[in-house]
Design a protein around this ligand. Structure first.
Ligand SMILES: *Cc1c(COP(=O)(O)O)cnc(C)c1O
Length: 484
């Protein structure tokens, strides 16, 4: 099963194309490009036939576990099935061939979609206004922090602290810090929710915002959120919602009703769109009345003569992304929203919650659950096993690959030892969930009876256990012929 490198398959003179003789006079390259930029030697490119090339890359592509081939319960990431029809629509020539600098009257169609998308997200969240510009969740967080900073700067209030719970996603402290805020951590209580005593101790007039995630990264709804909002607002600070877990709230809870002042959406998670492996994503932000004037420019508005881009927003922090954001992701999310409708979206959340609770109930027989249920759309187990010394969550994750499952998120959130964070999403059937439960039970048995096997996994894949530290520290991308 060893797949050779494409360089190793190379045979001199073999080609994957055939073109007629060139019938125009050759130009000397040196006339067009300064000599210093021209390479001295031709590159040593692989020479292979078209079928060999196609087979090589098709085989490589099949070595990946993806949402179209395998169950992918990657907690926090919401790896749900992406309806292919949305891909088709986003690829229609009318969308694909427009230019961002075309006159507005010639792109009324896409402006209408952006306008409606902003309003749909307002309805879902209860926020006053939405900007579709940020390119991902983390970018939405940063944009929001910049807006909060601009708000206090205008009021000449010195507020340099952002409070963040210890269960939060790493991008939260990173975004706040990147924006120049000092990050202070809020502890979780025994129920793994925000500790109100710790919050009360740390809130003061220096605090610009509290960043919360609902449901939190353990998949639990913050039951004290109304009290938390009150504590924050009484001090004149803002409540920021990391909306990455919105998959559990659609049509059930409106963030504005929880006291949220500003939030981001992850269109690529909640509203489908293939993601992972680097994007593209889309992280719109929604703001309540106080912060809406600071949203990035332009927003899409509707006037007498049609839809237009509104740049006349004097308090705006400016632009945070070229053009208007990742348009094709927005189109896919728009199609997803329109095809499901209000009732369909509610069903998404109900089924996501149902699937997660089913898995949680079945899996806690095998691995320990660090809190009492029920959960929302995801849950966290601990892979720690007092009897099976030396077996770690990493081993369980690697063994799952042998059973044909993409592993869950591991070692996050940080507050659970040996965390296994599982999010099945609503698009999985009971049969798939049962197959996963069976595999997890089997692995638990192997840990007892044959721990060495689990320690060495994956055993049935073309590549066995990697030294991940070495692989990332000594990344080797260059093919060397005879070590040269
Ligand atoms: C994914 C995620 C983010 C960051 O979003 P990106 O779109 O990956 O930048 C932030 N918070 C939580 C809880 C997440 O799951």
């Amino acid at each position: 099963m060893r797949e050779p490198l494409i360089f190793e398959m190379s045979k001199k003179g073999r080609k994957g194309y055939s073109l007629p003789e060139c019938d125009v006079d050759k130009e000397n390259l040196k006339k067009m490009i300064p000599e210093e930029y021209l390479r001295q030697k031709s590159p040593d490119l692989p020479q292979v036939s078209e079928p060999d090339l196609v087979r090589h890359f098709t085989r490589l592509s099949q070595r990946n576990l993806g949402i179209d081939t395998n169950f992918y319960p990657l907690g926090s990431c919401t790896m749900k099935y992406n309806p292919k029809v949305n891909e088709e629509i986003a690829r229609l020539p009318g969308f694909r061939q427009i230019h961002p600098y075309q006159p507005q009257e010639s792109v009324q169609g896409i402006l209408k979609i952006l306008y409606e998308m902003e309003r749909l997200l307002c309805q879902i969240s209860g926020m006053n206004k939405v900007s579709l510009q940020p390119a991902a969740g983390a970018h939405g967080e940063l944009t929001s922090m910049m807006m909060i900073k601009a708000y206090y700067k205008e009021r000449k209030e010195e507020r340099n602290v952002v409070l963040i719970p210890d269960s939060s996603h790493g991008t939260n402290p990173a975004s706040a810090n990147f924006c120049g805020f000092q990050v202070k951590e809020i502890k979780s209580n025994r129920e793994e929710e925000i500790d109100l005593n710790d919050l009360t101790k740390k809130i003061n007039k220096e605090v610009a915002a509290l960043m919360v995630t609902i449901p939190n990264t353990l998949g639990l709804f913050e039951r004290n959120i109304l009290k938390i909002a009150k504590i924050i607002h009484n001090e004149g600070s803002f409540l920021y919602l990391d909306g990455a877990n919105l998959n559990a709230l659609l049509g059930l809870v409106r963030p504005s009703d929880l006291g949220v002042d500003i939030m981001h959406f992850n269109l690529h998670k909640t509203f489908s769109t293939p993601h992972g492996g680097g994007g593209p994503g889309s992280g719109p932000i929604g703001a309540g009345e106080k912060l809406a004037p600071y949203l990035p420019i332009p927003l899409v508005e509707k006037g007498k003569e049609g839809y237009y881009l509104d740049y006349n927003r004097p308090k705006s922090i400016g632009k945070v992304r070229s053009f208007y954001g990742n348009i094709e992701v927005i189109i896919k999310a728009y199609c997803y929203l329109r095809s499901l409708g209000k009732e369909g979206l509610k069903e998404v959340s109900y089924n996501a919650i149902l699937n997660a609770n089913y898995l949680m109930k079945k899996l806690k027989k095998y691995f320990s659950l660090p809190y009492k249920g029920p959960c929302m759309h995801e849950f966290v187990l601990s892979g720690e096993d007092k009897e099976a010394k030396g077996i770690r969550t990493l081993d369980i994750a690697k063994r799952l690959l042998d059973y044909g499952f993409h592993p869950p998120t591991i070692y996050f959130p940080l507050i659970v030892k040996e965390a296994l964070m599982i999010e099945p999403t609503e698009t999985e059937s009971k049969e798939t969930l049962d197959a996963f439960i069976l595999a997890m039970g089997q692995i638990k048995k192997e840990i007892k009876e044959n721990p060495c096997l689990v320690k060495e996994a994956p055993c049935n894949l073309p590549i066995s256990r990697l030294n991940e530290v070495k692989a990332s520290r000594e990344l080797k991308l260059r093919w060397e012929k005879n070590g040269v």
